[in-house]
Ligand binder design. Structure first.
Ligand SMILES: [Zn+2]
Length: 149
């Protein structure tokens, strides 16, 4: 058999707008951000973890979550990364920093933007605080970023 028709790898790029149904749990999470500037999690009735952002099921024990719990708006920076390369999929121009943040009252962490991009200031264990956007639309970026507390 000839190699003439060997499989090829073709390069491409997709940039597709899309819509999806967020479901009741995620919808409430985003509505609380938009209308009340509250960050909400849900408590797992079996393992007692508070999951943020709120999820319908606990990923640890697969139990349906019950109680809504307000967390933050302050928390602890677990770790971070600073991005120096401009890419269209980032919500801000470079340099920008992403942090993994454990909000007060939560047992899971949230990935979000940090105002600080100076690695000398970004230390795990630093306290951070959510800064909400003035114009909120029901989106994770209704939290504009986290600043040093
Ligand atoms: Zn659980």
């Amino acid at each position: 058999m000839s190699d003439r028709f060997k499989g090829m790898v073709l390069e491409g790029k997709l940039d597709l707008p899309f819509s999806y149904s967020a479901g009741r749990t995620a919808s409430r999470f985003f509505i609380e951000l938009r209308d009340h500037q509250r960050i909400m999690g849900k408590r797992c009735p079996r393992c007692n973890r508070v999951i943020v952002p709120a999820q319908l099921f606990c990923k640890e024990c697969f139990t349906k979550t019950d109680d809504w719990v307000e967390v933050g708006p302050e928390g602890t920076l677990i770790t971070f990364t600073v991005v120096y390369r401009k890419e269209s999929h980032h919500p801000k121009d470079a340099p920008l920093a992403y942090g993994i943040i454990r909000l007060d009252g939560a047992d899971t962490s949230l990935v979000h933007l940090l105002a600080e991009t100076d690695v000398a200031q970004l230390q795990p264990g630093r306290r951070v605080r959510a800064v909400f956007s003035k114009k909120r639309i029901g989106h994770i970026l209704d939290i504009n970023h986290f600043e040093m507390a």
